[in-house]
Design a protein. Sequence first.
Length: 200
Amino acid sequence: MGSFSRRAALAAAALLIAGAAVAAPVAGPQDMSLGNPKAKIQVLEYASLSCPHCAKFNEDVFPAFKKKYVDTGKVRYTLKEMLTDPPEVAAAGFMMARCAGPSKYFKVVDEVFRSQPRWQTTPIKPVFLEIAKANGLTDAQFEACLADEAALKAVRGRAQDAQDHDGVDGTPTFFVNGKKVGAGDMSLAELEAAIAAAGK
């Protein structure tokens, strides 16, 4: 009786774990999103501000995707914050974007992505300070933002949750309506095909 009960408990636990593993990723209350909240198509991008492939998507694909799908209300886009090497740089960029405020978050993210080439020859902090000041933060606010331990813990927690619960182990990774549709370089055509399939 005891052995059966133990086996049943283990089986139930396995089912619960399996169920959790296949739960479709969704936008959380702390994630930053663009577009119609009631859109039938939800696109999640797991990206890091220190990821070259993410910067390439941001520059080459995102503007056209946003114009055609997000700005027209067809798609709700959510950026899931991830931390790739060097993680402290990615974390600082996301923290700065949040300190600039919700209305400027994606503008700061875009500017950080586009500043990546400058990091090869220029210290990162002055570049970030330039971006921060261009988006309304003072020198003191910038310093306070990057020194905020609670904000740093929060961004690390969001990234860890994505790894632990959504099974994301690389950037960029894309989900459309909860289904993983690609990782690494993603073309507009590939993303459009995934959106079309989800809309059927």
